[in-house]
Design a protein around this ligand. Structure first.
Ligand code: CAA
Length: 282
């Protein structure tokens, strides 16, 4: 099956990154969100990002221009009537995602694949909200999308082989490293990464070390490119908490209990880089 036209739902940091790499690889992209100002803002950011690559001599100006030209904006799911693939990167909430998939199932052509960038929710459950559960799959990118090499292809109980093969083709065309993962809370990366971040928050809360020194320790002592607390701020503390909650509920295991300080930060609206304050200030 050949995939040419893709709708990306959600123009936040993940959705806009996904739209950017798809457009750079030559796909026609429809970037959708609930408000025109959101999608316009995302396209402006993508454009700025590409300009920076041009300045660094990594991208020809004409290619940057052609990339942006391949992205059209949308605030209406009806624009998905002739797409081959949808990649949903909306808010990490179960009710929102189920609703989006139900609607898209009615609008998109029968051959279209419906993928979710969910970082922890059940692909099998999302698939069951549609009449094409064999063509629903997880396509999980990592932040920042243009830089991080990995895509997890998350395979639901009902996802068929043709869908997985089509996603392998898309991932390879984006020059990403692909791993196939069976549907399970947190999949592979977040099951391992997010509890580590949660533990760093507990270490901070116990007063064992400062935020700066915890991060320095993991950078210099474990060769991580950034410390766990700075990474939490990059991912967004609301997202980190949402993933911990999915792990806690999904495995019914106290080892995944979210850190109290993480909950408090989210209650305070200190969500990391996107709000200017998290474990560090921006
Ligand atoms: N978008 C695009 N490019 C970006 C970028 C962004 N947001 N941030 C950095 N870059 C690019 C820079 O332009 C730079 O490119 P060049 O070297 O070609 O000039 C390159 O990345 C390196 O950037 P910097 O020199 O500014 O900084 P750095 O070396 O510290 O790298 C980093 C920054 C890539 C973010 C690095 O610190 C890193 O890899 N951190 C870990 C990120 C990580 O673990 N992400 C996974 C999060 S989990 C997740 O996403 C899953 C989930 O479901 C929650």
């Amino acid at each position: 099956m050949s995939i040419n036209k893709v709708m990306v739902i959600g123009s936040g940091q993940m959705g806009s990154g996904i739209a950017q790499v798809l457009a750079q690889a030559g796909y026609s992209v429809i970037l959708n969100d609930i408000k025109q100002e959101f999608v316009d803002g995302a396209v402006a950011k993508i454009s700025k990002q590409l300009d920076r690559s041009v300045e660094k001599g990594r991208l020809a100006a004409a290619d940057a221009e052609a990339t942006v030209a391949r992205i059209v904006t949308s605030v209406d799911y009806a624009d998905a009537k002739d797409v081959d693939l949808v990649i949903e990167a909306a808010t990490e909430r179960r009710d929102i995602k189920l609703n989006i998939f139900k609607q898209l199932d009615e609008i998109t052509p029968a051959h279209a694949i419906l993928a979710s960038n969910t970082s922890s929710l059940s692909i099998t459950e999302i698939a069951a909200a549609t009449n094409r559960p064999n063509q629903v799959v997880g396509l999980h990118f990592f932040n920042p999308v243009p830089v991080m090499k990995l895509i997890e292809i998350n395979i639901g109980l009902t996802t068929d082989e043709a869908t997985v093969a089509a996603m392998r083709e898309v991932g390879e065309s984006l020059n990403k490293t692909l791993v196939e993962v069976k549907d399970a809370p947190g999949f592979v990366v977040n099951r391992i990464l997010i509890p580590m971040i949660n533990e760093a928050i507990i270490v901070l809360n116990e007063g064992i070390s400062t935020a700066a020194e915890i991060d320095e320790a993991m950078k210099a002592g474990a060769n991580h490119p950034m410390g766990p607390l700075a990474l939490a701020d990059l991912i967004g503390l609301d997202t980190v908490l949402a993933i911990m909650n999915v792990l806690y509920e999904g495995y019914s295991d106290s080892k995944y209990r979210p850190a109290q300080l993480l909950k408090k930060k989210v209650e305070a609206g200190h969500l990391g880089r996107k709000t200017g304050q998290g474990f560090f200030e921006y």
